[in-house]
Design a protein around this ligand. Structure first.
Ligand SMILES: Cc1ncc(COP(=O)(O)O)c(C=O)c1O
Length: 414
């Protein structure tokens, strides 16, 4: 940072502020993490200087002898990691990866079926204001109103009536196991493609703590950040038969030059994820989420679907404490616990002021937290709920959290 400090002190100061912040708060947003310094070094490397439209061996620019090998290595590692025939590492992020999957498999106005946004689906899974509903004919399935879990029989009935060409499985705010085999059966009944978006559960699929979609999905998309702990980016994996359509959908279909520095960082992250250490980390994410759910339930919290099978938990703050999700998330943050407010299934409140708060364990697990630390987090979360308007208590909890965070070694990330 010795150049930016002189050249752009304003931005330097902001980076330093963020560095400090990430060491002082307990980061519970399930899509966030701490990337390794090796990932950060690759993403800040000279590959940011290079244009490489096309694919290894087939570029429109000279000077590709190094990036071609980087991209080929990233693709090979991604295939090994996710057990798929073909990988495209060029998507700029998770949303463009989904756009490319649609572009590869569908024609404009084809029918798609995905989980409703307010019940845990992603914007790109057919939300009315998103490209996925503007350019495709989208219908949403819902979770069961009582269990808050996916009802596969209902999805089959809906699919038989709607006849989608693509069904999306994989979510943003759904805490339970996804049965990809059942989704495959439904797709086969109606002749639909299966898109598995494992952006949130990528690490758990790698460690075996969540069923892997590889045997069932036509295309798998994922972010390379979140639990996977790579740079911010996207990845598409597919069966051999879809490889050329997927590559054409990314370029020339959707994107220009790939972000080569991010491709290098993806390759580094995939190498990390192929290690035994990553397996241990990913399994611990799962154990920590189980422990956190148990600790919250024991303190009277109301959790969507009654708990979790994954890395994430959705607290119904209204049902727990008659506090709306936004007020609770803001009070938690004042007390040093970083979460995001979120809708709960069939939420009577609007998305900008919803009933729930979403939390997850990837970032705290990266730091080295274990099951016993989840007791501390749950206890502090309860104290915040009980003292939502008492700034003195919230301040005191913030100091306790800052003290607690001092036991972790951030030199590996920051
Ligand atoms: C399931 C799912 N798919 C796709 C995305 C989009 O990823 P990005 O924000 O990188 O575009 C997200 C992001 O939250 C997600 O949760």
């Amino acid at each position: 940072m010795n150049h930016i400090i002189d050249q752009d002190p304003k931005i330097f100061k902001l980076i330093e502020g963020e560095k400090k912040r990430e060491q002082e708060v307990i980061r519970l947003i399930p899509s966030e993490n701490y990337a390794s310094k090796a990932v950060m070094e690759a993403s800040g490397s000279v590959f940011t200087n290079k244009y490489s439209e096309g694919y290894p061996g087939k570029r429109y620019y000279e000077g590709q002898e190094f990036i071609d090998e980087v991209e080929t290595t990233a693709c090979q590692r991604a295939c090994q990691l996710f057990h798929m025939d073909h990988a495209n590492v060029q998507p700029y992020s998770g949303s463009p990866a989904n756009q490319a999957a649609f572009l590869a498999l569908l024609e404009p106005n084809d029918k798609i079926l995905g989980l409703k946004l307010s019940e845990g689906g992603h914007l790109t899974h057919g939300y009315k204001l998103n490209f996925s509903a503007k350019f495709f004919n989208s219908e949403s399935y819902t979770v069961d109103p009582k269990t808050h879990q996916i009802d596969y029989d209902k999805i089959l009935d809906q699919a038989l009536k709607f006849q989608p060409k693509l069904i999306i499985a994989g979510y943003t705010a759904y805490p339970r196991t996804i049965d990809f085999a059942k989704f495959r059966e439904i797709c086969d009944r109606v002749g639909a493609y299966l898109l598995a978006d494992i952006s949130h559960i990528n690490a758990l699929c790698i460690s075996g703590d969540h069923p892997h979609p590889a045997p069932y999905a036509d295309i798998i998309t994922t972010t390379t950040h979140k639990a996977l702990r790579g740079p911010r980016g996207g990845l598409i994996l597919c069966k051999k038969e879809h490889a050329s359509k997927v590559d054409k959908a990314i370029m020339p279909g959707l994107q220009g030059g790939p972000h080569n520095h991010i491709t290098a960082a993806k390759a580094v992250a995939f190498k990390e994820a192929l290690s035994g250490e990553f397996q241990t980390y990913a399994h611990q994410i799962y154990l920590n989420a189980q422990a956190l759910a148990k600790a919250l339930l024991g303190r009277g919290f109301n959790l969507v679907s009654g708990g979790t099978d994954t890395h994430l938990i959705i607290i119904n703050a209204i049902a727990s404490f008659k506090i709306n999700g936004k007020d609770y998330a803001k009070a938690l943050y004042r007390a040093g616990l970083e979460t995001n407010y979120n809708t709960v299934p069939f939420d009577p409140n609007p998305p900008m002021n919803p009933s729930g708060v979403r939390i997850g364990t990837p970032a705290v697990t990266t730091l080295g937290m274990k099951e016993s630390d989840m007791e501390f987090i749950a206890a502090k979360m309860l104290q915040v709920a009980q003292n939502i308007n008492d700034e003195g208590v919230l301040n005191h909890i913030r100091q306790e959290v800052q003290e607690y965070m001092k036991q972790y070694d951030f030199s590996r990330f920051i």
